[in-house]
Design a protein around this ligand. Sequence first.
Ligand SMILES: Cc1cc2nc3c(=O)[nH]c(=O)nc-3n(C[C@H](O)[C@H](O)[C@H](O)COP(=O)(O)O)c2cc1C
Length: 422
Amino acid sequence: MNFAGIYSPNPFWLASAPPTNTGEQVERAFEAGWGGAVWKTIGRPIQNVTSRFGAIDFANKKLMGFNNIELISDRPTETNLREMVEVKKRYPKHALIASLMVETKEEWRELIKQVEDAGCDGIELNFGCPHGMCERGMGSAVGQEPNILEMITGWAKEYARIPVIVKLTPNITDITIPAEAARSSGADAVSLINTIKSIISVDVNSFAPTPTVNGKGTNGGYCGPAVKPIAMHMVGAIARKHGKNLPISGIGGVSTWKDAVEFMLLGAGTVQVCTAVMHYGYRIIDDLTHGMKAYMNEKGFTSVGDFIGKAVPNYTDWGSLDLTYALIADIHDESCIGCNLCVVACNDGGHQCLSLNPEYKADGHTRKAPILKEEECVGCNLCKLICPAPGAISMKQIPYEKHYHGRTYRHGVMEMSHELHQ
Ligand SMILES: Cc1cc2nc3c(=O)[nH]c(=O)nc-3n(C[C@H](O)[C@H](O)[C@H](O)COP(=O)(O)O)c2cc1C
């Protein structure tokens, strides 16, 4: 496939991070089936810190959110360049992208020439790192300042003969602004997101943020499954604005083929993965490739181009939603396990439209699904979302006139606010 002039056997790339630290690793990843790799950022200065990582586990799942305070590659640039040459020699058809971060125009010129000479297929400008480098006016300090981003991308485009991807920081209010700056300075593509500025936890005994370095902690960069919704919104926002004119490499919380498909439906031409590989290894590529192939077969898609951006026209503003569309809960007795969690949730956090079935007995046998007061149900989805029994609650459409919103006798205020929206 062709992404902004960079060819790779499939749309799955490793993001610039520890899984792409060395040539030996990248070769193993290509052997396992990855289509491309963005090398761990090289540049200056070369230094690092221990410890570096922190994590949030959730409901017995490790690394729901992951955090790091490490800097760019701490290996000598010459070593990285030498290994890039070797990788490219052995894997000429795979995409090898050099991630770069330096300060002065002269340093950019020199490093771009070096990675081109090493045979890289593209360059990714790291304007996203939210710790360590931004204090020196690099990383996210560039990504947050559209004028500087435009200027440095302009330098890169002036010197580079290979495609230039601008990696954006999510630590900004409106992601379309730096994306526009990248596009207007001639970038061939954007990639996003880099990590989100964060404190992952505080050690309640030592009173320091984690990861802790000799008693002190600092803000780091957040990533992993927890950031996927944020990343997808940003990818979708850029796709809505620029359509196919600005290729997007989607990054942030991709672990499964379905995550990757979702990013691509929102306009990403390739996806990049870091945390999931740090957690489970390069082998997750099997799920990504096989799962996406099966999805494409099922839908009758013959190439990824058939579905890239397919959800973008359906991503709209709140004001354009159909306010006459009416849903209510539909509870299925045969699948209900009688836990009544939906009754509690609806009563305290919803709209008080579910009640215990009078025939229900807490004897473990007489499990009867709760009763829905249809005239109270606003179709919010809460009961369906919290229900632990697969298939026990779905939502069904009803005529608008029969719905909560369609009635004036009980909910005059809602009806008025609905009219105001029209
Ligand atoms: C330990 C670690 C180191 C990283 N180093 C870099 C880096 O050197 N350059 C860069 O552009 N992004 C770096 N990232 C960010 C990732 O490339 C990626 O944008 C981010 O982790 C989101 O993807 P994920 O949710 O799949 O991890 C790093 C991330 C982690 C966790």
